[in-house]
Design a protein around this ligand. Structure first.
Ligand SMILES: [Zn+2]
Length: 157
């Protein structure tokens, strides 16, 4: 995914475009961010977002500079089927969702004080040369910049 050069370029442009003097970048390469987080709080499953908002989602805790940065991915659903082929398809779909969620969340930790969904949505609007849309809530801002990330980083098959 992130070894795709378009994806790596999009990510470094996104991070560099969002970084400020007050909130500089900790990394501009998602694989480097992955390694840093792995050496700190790591990647865990949880349901913080489900409990707070009533829908499944992933989130981050703390910051790289705290030395305890952590990515929390939505706890996957149990695969309740006796059909091995269907179970394998569900597992593959879940793995794909987890990989793209993990990438999204890693990027939040690229800012020394994190970069928010609004921060990244503003940067993406700038990259597209369009006015920043009005977002009703953080989920809409998240979806806005994530759609640009997904387009740049979609797995090649
Ligand atoms: Zn987000």
């Amino acid at each position: 995914m992130v070894s795709n050069p378009d994806c790596a370029k999009f990510i470094s442009d996104l991070i560099n475009g969002t970084a400020t003097a007050k909130n500089p970048a900790e990394f501009t390469d998602a694989l480097k961010g992955f390694d840093m987080i792995n050496g700190q709080g790591g990647f865990i499953y949880g349901d913080t977002i489900r409990k707070a908002y009533g829908f499944d989602g992933s989130t981050v805790h703390r910051t790289i500079s705290s030395g305890k940065a952590q990515v929390e991915l939505a706890t996957p659903y149990a695969i309740n089927t006796g059909n091995a082929r269907v179970a394998a398809q569900i597992a593959e779909t879940q793995a794909g969702i987890q990989a793209s969620d993990a990438l999204h969340e890693i990027l939040h930790l690229a800012g020394r004080n994190q970069f928010s969904d609004y921060d990244y949505a503003n940067t993406v609007a700038g990259m597209r040369g369009v006015p920043v849309p009005k977002f009703d809530n953080v989920r809409r801002a998240s979806e806005y910049w994530n759609s640009a990330l997904a387009a740049a980083c979609k797995p090649r098959r």
